[in-house]
Design a protein around this ligand. Sequence first.
Ligand code: NAD
Length: 452
Amino acid sequence: MLTQTPVKDIICQQREFFATGKTKSVEWRIEQLKRLKQGILDDKEAIINAVKADLGRPDFEAYFEIAAISEINYALKHIKSWSKPKKVSTSIDQFPSSAQIYPEPLGVILIISPWNYPFSLLISPLVGAIAAGNCAILKPSEIAAHTSGAIAKMIEKTFDSPYIAVVEGGVEASQALLAEKFDHIFFTGGTAVGKIIMAAAAKHLTPVTLELGGKSPCIIDADVDLKYAAKRITWGKYLNAGQTCIAPDYLLADSRIKSDLLTEIKKCVNDFYGGDPFQSPDYARIISRRHLERLQPLLKDGKIVVGGECNPEEKYIAPTVIDGVDWDSPVMAEEIFGPILPVLEYTDLNVAIAEINARPKPLALYFFSKDKQKQELVLQQTSSGGVSINDTIMQVGVTDLPFGGVGDSGIGSYHGKASFDTFSHYKSVLKKGLWFDQSWRYPPYKDKLSLI
Ligand code: NAD
């Protein structure tokens, strides 16, 4: 743990620094974004190795963590136009006037992140906080301990703590931070902890962004190219061993193609990870023994049609597909967040939609179909944080698409311009001229109603 200064003191120093107005200069923010980019590049190997040590990630997937660099590049390209006040029109009864919306930074931000993408889920929101002109305290996940340490080192080398600081630690550290007043809290994690964060924030009337989880359905229509669908589902589910917030949690397959789909997924698992995925250099591990023990009982549910092997010592669970489950099965009770894919079937798409709508709103929803009318039906009849038609996960890579949940899967969004918006207050400003005055609003009001 690098930062030994008490939390109260860091917040106090950040408030003092924010009050100097230094962070309001757009040029200064640009400089800080460039520093962050350089800091990440300088420590790239250490960061990637830390992620690999925490999650047993293959190199290719570990590199996803430094995707924050593309967020920085995007912010650098647009920050000047984002920061400019925007004119809006005024009505004639305001004459002479002009009205503008001024983006202004919020102040001191708290960012709390989870362990599954332990670097990018802390640093991507930081990009938005810096671009919008804020100070920030970062609380990485204690469960991805190597990455937490690498982040602390990188941030301490790059920034002074009265501007950007890291507070490492677990629930206690988090709760010590939450006892203080911030100007915004950006939290990524589970829905249960999200409620704790929101309750703590409410005591100070602190606004929150909550990036939460949930069970993201993946519907597969009969009118589909099964080979491509299976490839994209298999990749999206078993990437990072299923520990991805927008991974397809379960499949809802048209009963006419379910059996063929399962055959294709089986082939894909074999093509991607070989006959023994334990030996594959391209397959990650479960973050901890505790998390594995949460997943292990789910392997007893239904009928395993792919995988099912589990090696607790090595924190390994094979890419697994489970058939023969229904809506009431234990595996369907909560977000799985691991490499276990239950498969349900439907005969009527409207009934499948009704089942989804009877449950908490998911973070992502996937629909595979060539039929444009059915695509539109699913889009119109369901609500979720985001949707990808005929793919999984890839929606997160479109910088211009705001990323976030709805209902139980979250509040607010970020990425690209949405990040700048999240960490800004849009101040409404009316400017009046003093060279002329309209008298319509002043008493006596006699006969003036007839003018409206
Ligand atoms: P978590 O909610 O257990 O922990 C997240 C953070 O909160 C950690 O930093 C942890 O130290 C802190 N925390 C935990 N308990 C706390 C408490 N009682 N009080 C205060 N702080 C506390 O989540 P996790 O297990 O690290 O991550 C998994 C969850 O995160 C899944 O539900 C997943 O869907 C979700 N997630 C969501 C997104 C998204 O973008 N929406 C991304 C990744 C993960």
